[in-house]
Design a protein around this ligand. Sequence first.
Ligand code: ARG
Length: 569
Amino acid sequence: MDCEEIARQWLAAAFETVAPGCGAGKVVPSKDARFGDWQCNDAMGVAKRAGKNPRELAQAVVGALPLPDILEKAEVAGPGFINLTLSGKAVAAGVEALAADARLGVAQVGAGERVVIDYSSPNVAKPMHIGHIRSTVIGNAIDRILRALGYAVIADNHLGDWGTQFGILIMGYRTFLTDEEREHLTVELLERVYVQSYGRTKDDPAWLEQCRAALVRLQAGDEACLAVWKRFIEISMKEFGRIYDRLGVKFDLWRGESFYQPMLGPTVALLKEKGLATQSEGAWIVDLKEQGLEVAIVQKRDGGFNYTTTDIATVRSRVEEFDPARIIYVTDERQQLHFKQFFHICGALGLCGKARLQHVWFGLMRLPDATFSTRQGNVIKLETLLDEAAARARAIVDESHPDWPEAERAALAEAIGIGAIKYADLSHDPATMIVFTWEKALALDGNSGPYLQYANARLNSLLQKYREAVGKEPAAQPLTVGSPTEKALALHVLQYPNAVARAGELCKPSVLADYLYQLCQLYSSFYQSSPVLKAEPAVRDARIRLCDAVSKVLRGGLALLGIPTPERL
Ligand code: ARG
């Protein structure tokens, strides 16, 4: 049992003795070391309900039972706060146990539960642009965090690979490309063709008719149309794959919207059968005005289905096949109404099984003007952003390490660039808008990816120096926790499992990012005040053991955020 659990049980038992049935005893880390290491603020509430003096009640709680070994003291402060001070020995033992555990103490709260995460999910035949980065990066971090918590995660890239745009695309592909271009097709060419073909639908009714006809043929399974459509998907997946490789993102499934096409008719039939769908101006709709959710169209006047219909069918299919405890969707904030609508409809149809449907939405990421030298129209391609990040990082690397081998400098620049972009995103609460600036993202001394990567590399080098100079393994040294800075750092290390659990529970990787940033700050004040290699042997060995634990937690935490950790920097 960990220290926190022991303290919690001791306090709960003490409260129970003093005020039976009150259920109090919550312990939280103290904000300030002067108030002990942990504190409990429950006495005030319990006293108020019982009409007692809170300070006296807190005193009684503290004196009710003998102190457990792990606590050095329990004191009452102010109107009735209970401040707990852990013994250095207990903290040291806790850190040792955490560092020796392959999971770094993260409790397997998700064991036996399946979660589907639908993220990234770009639309085929369009380049991924800067808007897709947040879904990809946040979704992937949630994916990694939930896996660390023991959940069986199914990461599904729900590609937008079906829809009315394909008629326009097929016609454009056949008309506006040279043989040579068709031979070496790229997503960029497809985008150009789409713009051209779409433009022509505006003032050429015959063209519009041909596009419609192509769409109808595709939907009817016409071989030639299907072959072209498959080519669009293949080319897009190849390009997306290149970006995912750079970002270290892997999916278990790539089930696009097209996968669910055969299920759309039956889905609308079910909606009609349950009396949820009604007819309005020739279309079938679900009227959710009473729920304050406007109206969702499930079948258009021309018989076509849309986004809502596909998402309802998708829930049905995922529940039947995987029986998940949760289905998580990661998209931008503009889709909130859509998700509320189909979540409500799925609930009303009883399609969810035991699954909780959860929409994790995020604010947009904006770039201040003139951030980019190369702009294609107004949309910045994701790949351009990644290239620019690597190029800027490369300049920094070249300046500080002109003597390092070319391959290492290139790999390092890529790791720093990707880390900077990911961290700039993950360090914010998903629900906020981000204004991305290179200065902040690449700063070596602020709350940035490179700062954390740098701290990690410095720890690596310290551990290595110790091995070389002392000839012993840091992880094998006994840990003692003496000074206040050591204790503050060690206590923070002990909070790692909580940070991971909370980040997973709330689907906010930012909780973990904040935790890691604080860890680096505490480490840096520890390191400034407490020499390691130059200290006398017993102190040196204890301190290196603490550094080893910090290094493990930092590396583990960065891995859960999907941020690369280069060995040296
Ligand atoms: N393809 C959509 C887009 O790019 C995102 C899909 C999100 N997932 C879903 N099941 N609706 O906006």
